[in-house]
Design a protein around this ligand. Structure first.
Ligand code: BDP
Length: 707
């Protein structure tokens, strides 16, 4: 139980009489080609039936048996099994699942859909569910991608699960078995493409040798219906191609991209498309030549059009980093850059937008860019990798956070405009759209570096398919698939997970102040001092009396004006701004009273103590499951929660001490700075350890640690 199988464990279950009645006696996979998703679906069904219920079903390919499970496309079914009276209505990648007649039917609109249906059926079996169902399901959007920030040298930017499963020493690894296993996991949650290399892309990704290697990755993905995507470095024609320019309107540059795209499609005829980060954080882009971001995006769009590929063009472009200017606001940048370009992008461009306007913080308001593009395809970008959010060392179930954005109604033109309806294309009638998650799995057997973090990957896939699904119901499925059917395990892990985001928000940064982590590079651990005086535009504007960014139109940066009128009005006014975003939108005294009746500073103190208290229950809650979870995973998770217990206290004390020092306002509960019972490590007799003054000072009590 090292985690490698993720939620596809197919743990053995007793076969009740209902089970015996309902288990199919054979498997009919309507494609005999070994690399086809339908063939793979047949094998997966066989393995699942064997592992879960010990039943040995034979696979055939050409004859329909009534008490079998039949898997294939609608067309294959018609050819082999005869007419269908009422063929289900399916969109691309959709499927029909019926367990209600004789045998089981799993029919996809295409082969990928058929494979998804097989995984759905197996997920029912693995949860002991033999209910009779007959339904079709379709994806909310065509783009359900994941991004990997893997570098060609094998490291992974913001990855916490080991080295890359794709790259090493500048090339593609020989053994791609983990890549195939990844595709299997992703297919089971209906993800249809992986962009395999970092958005901060290396031009050498596109050498002929590496294109061949990328082709090998695509080959191992293909049987699972997963397509390959590639991140591009905008300056590749110059860096790799030897041209004197990378101007997107230059004929030689256009020709260069046309040629390289042709070479890629020759090797990978089903390549999904490109992901481009341009003119952002030092990455090259069209700005160098005074061209617009749309002109930059369209360069790739046109190269891809003959092959049906897509350009995911990132909206994560920002400036406004002059801290002395109180009107400067990085949060405004995406709308400033992209709104004027609405309608100027080719039809196969999708603007990929992070959920909030800054950068994957523990709480952000919905990116207003979703309310400013009406003639442009959009996609939502989330992070499964817990970059600012505890880096897999803290339990954090993310979907409740994502849902604050997916379910947010932006009220464009005073009409219902829920974000999930915008990026899936429904609200503004766009054909393309969807979502992308930065995942960053690595060679660690747990994939993400921690068993419990896998709930986020699982849930991402489910929400990409259907963003209206309930975060807790998804979690419960994941728990049963990952840890079995014990009710106490289910209840306990559900509770811990659902409490995890509020707890982390409480002890890391509340009231919309953003995650008070180190901002300079690590994005880990508390460092509130770094949240001002930095060149990243992530500022709290904290001084000894006041805190928060004034983003109003009337007095501040004007950011609220980027929302449609009804939403703007709520955030413009301190009285109507919800407490959980008050410091995002307003600059107030520490003594300002919230709707809750508490002052800002007292809320800080209380929330940090409460958050740490909740985090400490995670360990005891988990320990109550000893014996109910296999020892290997039990112990690994226990150790992490033990660490989180301590680190949540470090967080708590760092933040409350920092603001206590700054504001000089005492804690009504007299906790801050008062830990009479605490034994400081540096006061003990030390053998083999030395004391060490930490920076920032507040991350250890008395600014002393031992090393
Ligand atoms: C930030 C990360 C940085 C990424 C960047 C991005 O810290 O490593 O390159 O986002 O999304 O959150 O491009």
């Amino acid at each position: 139980e090292n985690g490698l199988k993720g939620w596809l464990r197919y743990e053995s279950l007793p076969c009740s009489s209902q089970c015996r009645r309902n288990l199919p006696s054979g498997i009919v996979a309507l494609n005999a080609t070994e690399t086809s998703p339908v063939y793979v679906a047949g094998l997966e069904l066989q393995e699942g039936l064997k592992d879960i219920y010990g039943s040995h079903a034979q696979i055939t390919h050409s004859q329909c048996e009534t008490d079998s499970v039949v898997v294939g496309t609608i067309d294959q079914y018609r050819q082999t099994c005869g007419r269908m009276d009422e063929p289900p209505e399916l969109d691309e990648d959709g499927f029909w699942l019926s367990t209600s007649g004789q045998g089981v039917q799993i029919l996809g609109q295409n082969e990928r859909g058929a494979l998804y249906g097989a995984f759905e059926y197996l997920s029912m079996l693995a949860q002991g569910n033999f209910s009779e169902v007959a339904y079709s399901t379709n994806p909310s959007a065509p783009v359900r991608w994941v991004n990997q920030w893997d570098n060609m040298d094998g490291s992974i930017e913001r990855g916490y699960g080991g080295e890359s499963i794709f790259f090493k020493d500048g090339g593609i690894v020989n053994d791609l078995s983990r890549a195939a296993q990844y595709a299997r996991l992703l297919a089971s949650i209906r993800i249809n493409a992986v962009v395999v290399n970092n958005v901060n892309a290396n031009a050498t990704t596109l050498t002929p040798q590496n294109i061949e290697g990328l082709g090998r990755i695509a080959d191992v993905f293909r049987p699972y219906g997963v397509q390959l995507g590639i991140s591009l470095n905008f300056a590749t024609p110059q860096i790799l191609g030897g041209l004197s320019t990378y101007d997107p309107l230059n004929k030689c540059v256009i020709q260069w991209w046309t040629n390289v795209t042709a070479q890629i499609y020759k090797r990978v005829p089903d390549m999904a498309g490109y992901l481009v980060k341009a003119d952002s954080e030092g990455e090259p882009g069209p700005e160098t030549y005074n061209r617009t971001l749309a002109q930059g995006a369209n360069l790739f769009a046109k190269a891809l059009q003959p092959y049906g590929g897509i350009v995911m063009f990132r909206a994560f472009v920002y400036n406004q980093l002059n801290e002395s200017n109180w009107k400067a606001d990085r949060a405004k940048a995406a709308v400033d850059f992209f709104k004027p370009l609405d309608g100027k992008f080719e039809e196969n461009v999708i603007v990929q937008i992070k959920y909030g306007p800054i950068d994957f913080q523990v709480r952000e308001p919905t990116s207003p860019l979703f309310a400013n593009l009406f003639h442009t395809n959009t996609a939502l970008e989330v992070e499964v990798t817990q970059e600012y959010l505890g880096q897999q060392s803290h339990l954090l179930y993310l979907p409740p956070l994502w849902k604050t954005v997916m379910d947010f109604d932006l009220r464009v033109e005073r009409q219902p405009s829920v974000v999930r309806d915008i990026y899936t294309g429904k609200r503004f009638n766009r054909k393309l759209g969807g979502s992308a998650a930065v995942v960053n799995v690595g060679t660690n057997a747990t994939w993400l570096g921690s068993h419990l973090s896998m709930s986020n990957l699982y849930a991402y896939g489910r929400l990409a398919w259907d963003p209206t699904e309930d975060a807790q119901e998804i979690l419960e499925d994941w728990i049963r698939l990952t840890f079995g059917l014990d009710n106490k395990v289910l209840q306990t892990l559900t509770r811990m997970s659902m409490e995890s985001w509020p707890a982390y928000e409480n002890y890391s940064g509340n009231l919309g102040i953003q995650t008070l982590t180190d901002i300079l590079y690590t994005h880990y651990g508390p460092n509130p001092a770094s949240q001002d005086n930095n060149g990243w535009g992530q500022w709290t504007r904290a001084n000894h009396k006041t805190i928060g960014m004034d983003r109003t139109v009337s007095k501040g940066t004007g950011y609220t004006g980027q929302y449609p009128a009804e939403v703007a009005a709520i955030y413009e006014n301190l009285d109507t701004t919800p407490d959980n975003l008050v410091l995002w939108f307003h600059h107030v005294n520490y003594t300002h009273r919230l709707h809750s009746g508490k002052t800002v500073i007292q809320h800080f103190y209380d929330a940090h103590y409460e958050g740490a208290v909740t985090a400490q229950t995670f360990l005891t809650q988990w320990e109550s499951l000893e014996g109910k979870v296999d020892p290997e995973r039990y112990e690994d998770i226990r150790r992490r929660l033990d660490y989180q217990t301590g680190h949540s206290i470090v967080w708590r004390d760092a933040i409350v001490n920092f603001y206590h020092n700054l504001s000089r306002i005492p804690d009504e509960m007299k906790r801050v700075g008062n830990h009479a019972w605490r034994v400081e490590a540096e006061d003990m007799d030390l053998t083999g350890y030395e004391t060490y003054v930490v920076s920032p000072f507040e991350t250890a009590s008395g600014s002393m640690a031992i090393v």
